[in-house]
Design a protein around this ligand. Structure first.
Ligand SMILES: C[S@@+](CC[C@H](N)C(=O)[O-])C[C@H]1O[C@@H](n2cnc3c(N)ncnc32)[C@H](O)[C@@H]1O
Length: 280
């Protein structure tokens, strides 16, 4: 995306979340939850609540593994703040938790406003370094894919982190550099996710920002693909195509089906990436 189109895209993402956050929380693909990401079902996870917390727990463990002391953590694209709340209940009380989000309505924010450990701001992660103080750890769960300028996202995180600090991205990554399928095109356009990109592209931007990838974990096997409601949705897609002209949420459901097809066809993988900031 060219630099002049980036602010326009970010405004569209903000509007998308202003209009749809209530529906995502109520009707989300996992039947209603307090987070806006896909449920993960490794062995031993049996409830939706636990499945939603799997991503949060991966972040918690990555914080514990970071080689430098952590005083401040940033959630870049924090939605309603569910990951921050999960971390607040586990990290020491002197760890400050910062969130940036756009378009997710205040009324949905699940932390209490008098919680001095958590601060959520409405703000664009493309400007993270000017909105937040230095953080030793930053993460983005299903938010990076929305970036209009992924190079700028990495550049800002590079400024935010000190040497030894870490960035975790949990998101869909393309497994190939081949031209995108019609499903990937639909997923990117209906979900406003132009940064579903090949790993080599992310690594290139990371390197420019002084970050090196240290860990990669494919989480796709933990996703329940093709559940009865997904099959029903696919079967009734022609109906959604018609309503999607005037009902935004239907467009989002079409995008959700396209995303599933990309995961099923192995064109994308839901992946956790850990990057570490190098010495200057
Ligand atoms: C799919 S939701 C995920 C929310 C949260 N990470 C979670 O797991 O529940 C994507 C989030 O990214 C945020 N987002 C997208 N683009 C952003 C930007 N440029 N700056 C800040 N937040 C952004 C949206 O506001 C939304 O909250």
């Amino acid at each position: 995306m060219t630099a002049d189109k980036a602010p326009h895209h970010t405004n569209r993402v903000a509007r998308y979340y202003e209009q749809n956050t209530s529906s995502f929380l109520l009707l989300g693909s996992d039947g209603g939850s307090s987070a806006i990401h896909i449920a993960l079902w490794p062995e031993g996870v049996n409830t939706v609540e636990d499945a939603m917390n799997v991503a949060h727990d991966l972040i918690y463990k990555a914080i514990q593994d970071t080689p430098i002391p952590i005083t401040r953590v940033a959630d870049l694209g924090c939605g309603v703040g569910s990951a921050l709340l999960y971390l607040r209940n586990r990290l020491s009380t002197d760890t400050q938790l910062e969130g940036l989000t756009i378009g997710t309505l205040n009324k949905h924010q699940i932390h209490t406003t008098n919680d001095s450990q958590i601060r959520i701001q409405s703000g664009d992660f493309h400007k993270a370094a000017s909105l937040l103080p230095q953080c030793e750890f930053a993460f983005a769960i299903e938010a990076f894919a929305h970036a209009a300028a992924p190079d700028q996202f990495f550049q800002q995180v590079g400024q935010l982190l000190p040497p030894g600090g870490r960035l975790v991205i949990i998101d869909d990554i393309c497994t190939t550099e081949k031209p995108p399928s019609k499903h990937l095109n639909r997923y990117r356009s209906n979900w406003l996710t132009p940064s579903v990109l090949p790993l080599s592209t992310l690594d290139k931007y990371a390197t420019k920002a002084g970050l090196v990838r240290t860990e990669t974990k494919n989480l796709t096997p933990w996703i329940h693909l093709g559940r009865p409601r997904d099959v029903l949705l696919r079967w009734s897609l022609p109906l959604w195509s018609w309503t999607a002209r005037w009902w935004n949420y239907a467009k989002s459901m079409q995008g959700g089906d396209a995303r599933q097809r990309c995961l099923e066809n192995n064109e994308t993988e839901f992946t956790m990436l850990i990057y570490e900031k190098q010495d200057a």
